[in-house]
Design a protein around this ligand. Structure first.
Ligand SMILES: C[S@@+](CC[C@H](N)C(=O)[O-])C[C@H]1O[C@@H](n2cnc3c(N)ncnc32)[C@H](O)[C@@H]1O
Length: 239
C-alpha cells in the first residue's frame, strides 16, 4: 500500500497507538540540544514529517511553529489539534516554503521514508536552504543496517472502552531497505472489527553515512545521544 494510503487509514489511530510516547519530555530533551548549538536569534521552527503534530504541541510554547507532512490524514488531525499552526502538505524531498527557520526538526524517523540516497541528499539540501545562518537542523534517524535485527517481531497495543487496537509486525531487510508489514486489528464500539496489512519500506543508513550526506550540503554536523531513543539525534548547523 502506498505511504499516503497507509497513513490515511492509520491517522485516526496513530495518537492512540503512540500514547505511550512522552512527546513533552522529548521536546525538552531536543530543546536542550537546540540551545547548545543554535546561534541564530529568532524563534521560527519547522517540523518536517510532523504527523499529527504531537511535538509541535510542545514546541509551540517556545517557538513560532510550522509543520509539513506528506499525508493529508495526519495533517487533518494536526490542524484540528493546533488550529493556530500553519501546516503544509508537501513531500520533504521537494520542500519549498519560501521562508527560513532558526530550527528545523524531523523526529521519530520520518526521513526513513525517503526512498533512496539521492532523494535524501536532495531533502537535506532543501532543509539546509530553509535554515537561517546559525540555525540548526535536528534529525532523529531510522535504524542503522548494523543495528537492525532481521526477523524481529514487534507488537503495539492500545485499549480503551471504545476502541481496542493490536498492531503486529515482523521486520525483514532487502539490502538497506527495511520491510515492515504491519498487521492491524482494530475493534471500535458501534463500528465492528477491521483488519488490514500495511507495508512500510524504510531505508537504513549508518550514522556515518547520514553525517556525510549532511556535510555534503554544507552543514556542520554533531551526533548526540538522547534519553528517549536509542536512534540518537543528528544535528546540522548552518554556519
Ligand atoms: C513515524 S511518523 C512520525 C510523525 C511525527 N514526527 C511523530 O513523531 O509522531 C512518519 C511521518 O512522516 C511522514 N512522511 C513520510 N514521508 C514523508 C515525506 N516524503 N515528506 C513529508 N512527510 C513524510 C508520514 O506521513 C508520517 O506522518
Amino acid at each position: 500500500m502506498a505511504l499516503e494510503a497507509l497513513y490515511d487509514e492509520y491517522a485516526r489511530y496513530y495518537d492512540l497507538l503512540y500514547s505511550f510516547k512522552n512527546y513533552q519530555q522529548e521536546v525538552i530533551e531536543v530543546q536542550s540540544i537546540i540551545d547548545k548549538y543554535r546561534t541564530s536569534t529568532g524563534i521560527d521552527l519547522l517540523e518536517v514529517g510532523c504527523g499529527t503534530g504531537q511535538h509541535l504541541k510542545y514546541y509551540k510554547e517556545h517557538y513560532t511553529c510550522t509543520g509539513v507532512d506528506l499525508n493529508a490524514g495526519m495533517l487533518a488531525i494536526a490542524r484540528e489539534q493546533l488550529p493556530d499552526v500553519p501546516f503544509y502538505e508537501q513531500d520533504m524531498v521537494q520542500l519549498n516554503l519560501n521562508q527560513q527557520f532558526d530550527v528545523i526538526s524531523s523526529l521519530f524517523s520520518s526521513i526513513g521514508y525517503v526512498a533512496n540516497q539521492h532523494d535524501l541528499v536532495t531533502t537535506f539540501a532543501a532543509m539546509a536552504a530553509h535554515l537561517k545562518t546559525g540555525g540548526v537542523l535536528v534529525i532523529e534517524p531510522w535504524l542503522t543496517p548494523s543495528g537492525f535485527t532481521p526477523g524481529f517481531i514487534h507488537m503495539t497495543t492500545y485499549e480503551s472502552e471504545d476502541v481496542k487496537i493490536a498492531r503486529m509486525g515482523l521486520s525483514e531487510a532487502r539490502g538497506n531497505t527495511c520491510l515492515l508489514d504491519m498487521h492491524y486489528l482494530v475493534a471500535e464500539k458501534g463500528k465492528g472489527v477491521t483488519t488490514w496489512v500495511d507495508r512500510n519500506e524504510l531505508t537504513m543508513y549508518e550514522i556515518s553515512e547520514l553525517v556525510e550526506m549532511l556535510e555534503s550540503v554544507g552543514l556542520q554536523v554533531h551526533v548526540e545521544e538522547l534519553g528517549f531513543t536509542k536512534r540518537g539525534l543528528i544535528v546540522g548547523i548552518k554556519k
